[in-house]
Design a protein around this ligand. Structure first.
Ligand code: AMP
Ligand code: ZN
Length: 466
């Protein structure tokens, strides 16, 4: 089975073929650290995490780089507003970013290069572009001349005459020769940090940062580049132009872009008060894994309409999975295993993969997995020890891809709960029913329901944290 997905560069669904067998070099556009990330950003990061986890589940060895934009107009503005240094501002939001991605169970990238620590690499790239005649200097600024690159617009599917001044104009780039040209190096301005270079004092443009840092860590030609759809133009279009002109080689084989998230049918904005951060949702009592589930369960090429009703539905879906795990772990089965169950699991897993291989069809994949839960629930009383082990191992594999159940919850039930159940069993054997009932009530308070069966006690979770 091969993985097929939509490649923005070729505007069609394609079969994925890595440059090196079994290996993937992946670059994902990271945060601009001038504020806390919002749930729209997390939609992109969670989707990127899903793709990475899926390829890793298939056995690929992945090297992922995610940049941190710690210098641009917004970070500088914030530092000036707060009357502090750029570094203090960016450090605060970098820390918050890492805390949030860990909370959302997003696997860490291998490298998080910061733009301000890679100025030398950017300078070299700009020099190469100047030398080859793709870039020109105006004052202390350096621009990329898009007429020198005939493929410009290929990624965004924009023809030359569609590149109107309105699309491209940026107030501070008045010196460039053609309105479509974009800035590689911004000449020094009062009140802005700057670096001294052969072409004058100043700071890098945003686009050059991603070309320089991706090629430094992944090589001049790598497999996959991802980001949100807003990154397609001009950011990724410019990355392709800069990188290919500097190296004379193809830059990236596959570009994957995640559609945006909106909130209750409206675009997110500070003025509407709907630009939720992760902390906003956690403060309202929502569970981080429910938030992750909601963010990943809509197909990445569809607009995700975030709503509190949707969050409740996500909570219920996730609860079906966690209840299922707890029920399985509460069984006291006899030895053995049945071919019927292992065949069923194999078939279910290949259905899950078939959907994921089809442009990361997550809704289809989740649907298949819920069919498994339904089927096993119907056969719960006939399961043998080996069956349960097989089912739990299967869930662990699926959860490796989804990442919606954190560590201990998917392994063994809480140690404290296990101890309480053992204590209650002992009390019952000693006919201390008052204590046994008290423990049962206490567990019920925590949402753990005990079911006494002739073969022993079972438990299931009645409610999950919201
Ligand atoms: P930024 O911090 O603005 O550079 O964005 C970081 C990442 O979040 C980029 O990949 C963006 O494309 C993505 N992004 C920004 N806004 C949204 C949104 N509303 N929905 C999904 N992704 C977004
Ligand atoms: Zn980028």
């Amino acid at each position: 089975m091969t993985v097929r997905f939509y490649n923005t560069l070729t505007h069609g669904v394609e079969e994925f073929k890595p440059i090196s067998e079994g290996k993937i070099k992946l670059y994902t556009c990271g945060p601009t650290v001038y504020d806390y990330a919002h749930i729209g950003n997390f939609r992109s990061y969670v989707f990127e995490d899903l793709v990475k986890r899926y390829f890793s589940y298939l056995g690929y060895e992945i090297k992922q780089v995610m940049n941190i934009t710690d210098i641009d107009d917004k970070t500088i503005k914030k530092a000036n507003e707060m009357k502090t240094t750029l570094e203090k501002v960016t450090d605060t939001y970098i820390k918050a970013f890492f805390k949030d991605i860990d909370t959302l169970n997003i696997l860490r990238a291998d490298i998080y290069p910061r733009a301000t620590r890679h100025i030398e690499t950017m300078i070299k790239l700009i020099e190469a572009l100047k030398k080859k005649g793709y870039a020109y200097q105006k004052g202390n600024s350096v621009y990329f001349s898009i007429e020198k690159f005939p493929d410009y617009g290929k990624l965004a599917n924009i023809s030359r005459d569609q590149l109107t001044p309105g699309l491209r104009s940026e107030a501070d780039e008045y010196e460039k020769e053609h309105v479509q040209d974009f800035v590689l190096w911004k000449g020094k301005k009062e009140g802005e940090p700057f670096w001294t270079t052969p072409f004058g004092d100043g700071r890098p443009g945003w686009h050059i940062e991603c070309s320089a840092m991706s090629m430094k860590y992944l090589g001049e030609h790598f497999d996959i580049h991802m980001g949100g759809v807003d990154n397609i133009f001009p950011h990724h279009e410019n990355e392709i132009a800069q990188s290919q002109c500097a190296t004379g080689k193809p830059f990236v084989n596959y570009w994957i872009h995640c559609q945006h998230l909106i909130v209750e049918d409206k675009k997110m904005s500070k003025s509407l008060g709907n630009q939720y951060t992760l902390a906003d949702l956690l403060d309202r009592g929502h569970d981080e894994m429910v938030i992750r589930y909601l963010l990943l369960s809509t197909h990445y090429r569809k607009l995700l309409n975030f709503s509190f009703k949707g969050l409740e539905q996500a909570r219920q879906s996730l609860k079906r999975i966690t209840d299922f795990i707890f029920s399985l772990k509460g069984l006291k089965p006899g030895d053995g295993e049945s071919a019927k169950i292992s065949d069923f699991l194999k078939e279910n897993e290949s259905g899950f993969k078939e959907n994921m291989n089809n442009d990361f069809n997550i809704s289809g994949a989740l649907g298949i997995f819920f069919e498994c839960i339904h089927y096993i629930n119907l056969n719960m009383d006939n399961l043998k020890k080996g069956d349960i082990e097989n089912i739990l191992a299967y869930i662990a594999r699926i959860n490796y891809v989804l990442g919606v159940i954190k560590g201990s919850e998917s392994d063994t039930p809480d140690k404290q709960i296990m101890e309480k159940i053992a204590l209650r069993e002992k009390a019952r054997q000693e006919k201390n029913f008052r204590l046994a009932d008290a423990i049962r009530d206490e567990l019920k308070e925590q949402g753990i329901i005990l079911i006494d069966k002739p073969e022993g006690v079972r438990w299931k979770i009645e409610k999950t944290k919201t």
